[in-house]
Write a protein that binds this ligand. Structure first.
Ligand code: NDP
Ligand code: PYR
Ligand code: MG
Length: 423
């Protein structure tokens, strides 16, 4: 970013008041009568009802539409481990997206924990207060055990966004991009740079969607993850292949897909030039991708190029997933976000990209036209149809797969966030 853009980003966060979110009241508080309902003595009545039956918390408090966004700051975007407090702008940002796109209230928690167990215990002890937990920017491999333990200990959906939100959006975009390239996921040779939270989850979901394990090459800082390595954790080991390829140069030669979930500027124009015809490049590291779109597009005119950023075409970013996945899960009071719900979200996203783009989206992106093709593989976050399409698909999958505690919502389809509480 230019210095001017950096300053604009700081000004945006600082003015007119610090931060991006505030709390609003939903009930009148103008009179003594109002206060006697909101606080003492009236507040005692819902307390008594919740003590009788915990389900009443959904009736008398904001729990059912409240998601906690929780981080330890150990993998903030692609910036690395900057500690919990430095993650707060991102966590507030996730809260903005929850509210703006799905009408979900959120609270951000930045946890200064000395160990994964301390993090797990801290979150588990306060989990009853929310309708769901969105874990964010927690590095691998610790994130896997943290999520597993919290799923086990909490009876609300616990979802590590960098794993599953990213994987869902990546799989949807990948299916479309490969289709446009005239290739199939089953046959594509895929190189994934990065072997952390996002990379492992993306590869798992791509395999579940049809990619062949023998066509995948995953790399970490030490190079290709192959079966001769003795330094692999159990999550990386799942992707170890029998190969003599050792470096990105070796793996990228002839590959159909490059998926970057690692760090900035790690794929060169020269390496891109060695990829197969119509290469699909998802350079998803934020804020700076593995290869800049301008560099990629200059290197090859047949590249299908995506990044995690809002300021270039083809944004492959979990913003397209987590708001709507939680919307659907909360609305049927799902106890978990399971594989069926994730796959339903993949298909809802993939299919929506093939429909005509509304005029307000064109206006927001200052474009005359946008249609399914190389420059438009996924809907944009500002497409209001995402709210209904993805949330409804997720809610239906939750009902069908038996994790919903409420039926499919009678107030769906959702046309806007003003409708999330029903009629
Ligand atoms: N667009 C999107 O929606 C999303 C993008 N991301 C991006 O993905 C990246 C990783 O995030 P996340 O998985 O949460 O973080 P993790 O810390 O869990 O994983 C980072 C991974 O990147 C690898 N890596 C880092 N630098 C290099 C390098 N120079 N060469 C090869 N591999 C490298 C690490 O290797 P090693 O294991 O050897 O340390 C590790 O496997 C970030 O840039 C983030 O912004 C993440 C989530 C969503
Ligand atoms: C988008 C996101 O969650 C990340 O880059 O970490
Ligand atoms: Mg993240």
């Amino acid at each position: 970013m230019t210095d001017a853009k950096k300053q604009a980003a700081l000004d945006y966060h600082a003015h007119p008041i610090p931060g991006k979110l505030s709390v609003e009241l939903t009930k009148p508080t103008a009179s003594a009568k109002d206060l006697a309902l909101a606080y003492s003595p009236g507040v005692a009545e819902p307390c008594r009802e919740i003590a009788k039956d915990v389900e009443n918390a959904y009736l008398y408090t904001g729990k059912g539409n409240l998601v906690a966004v929780i981080s330890d700051g150990s993998a903030i975007l692609g910036l690395g481990n900057l500690g919990p407090l430095a993650s707060k702008p991102v966590m507030e940002g996730k809260g903005v997206l929850f509210k703006r796109f799905a009408g979900i209230n959120s609270v951000d928690l930045e946890v200064d924990a000395e160990s994964p167990q301390a993090f797990i215990d801290t979150v588990a002890r306060v989990a009853i207060t929310w309708g769901g937990i969105n874990l964010e920017d927690i590095k691998a491999p610790e994130c896997f055990e943290i999520e597993r333990a919290l799923v086990e200990r909490c009876n609300i959906p616990v979802f590590h966004d960098d794993q599953h939100g990213t994987a869902i959006v990546t799989a949807a975009g990948m299916l479309n991009a490969l289709d446009i390239a005239g290739k199939s996921l089953e046959e594509a040779r895929i190189v994934c740079l990065g072997a952390g939270a996002a990379a492992i989850a993306c590869m798992k979901l791509l395999v579940a969607c049809g990619a062949k394990a023998e066509n995948l090459f995953m790399l970490d800082r030490k190079g290709v993850i192959h079966s001769g390595r003795d330094d692999l954790n159990q999550y990386k080991a799942m992707f170890a292949t029998e190969t003599d390829k050792r470096t990105l140069d070796d793996a990228i030669d002839g590959a159909d897909v490059f998926l970057g979930l690692s760090g900035p500027n790690l794929l060169s124009a020269e390496q891109l030039k060695t990829m197969a015809a119509n290469p699909v490049v998802f350079a998803c590291s934020n804020p700076d991708p593995e290869i800049h779109p301008d560099v990629a597009n200059t290197a090859r005119d047949d590249v299908i190029m995506a990044t995690g950023r809002s300021d270039y075409p083809n944004q492959v970013n979990n913003v397209l997933g987590f708001p709507f996945i939680f919307r659907g899960a909360l609305d049927v009071r799902a106890t978990a976000i399971n594989e069926e719900m994730k796959v339903a979200a993949v298909h809802a996203l993939k299919d929506l990209a093939r429909e005509p783009v509304p005029q307000y989206v064109l206006d927001a992106y200052e474009l005359d036209a946008l249609e399914f093709g190389r420059g438009y593989i996924l809907p944009t976050p500002l497409d209001a149809r995402l709210l209904d399409r993805v949330s409804a698909a997720v809610a239906q999958a939750a009902v069908d797969s038996g994790v919903a505690r409420k039926p499919f919502p009678s107030h769906y389809p959702l046309n806007s966030v003003d409708e999330v509480y029903g009629g």
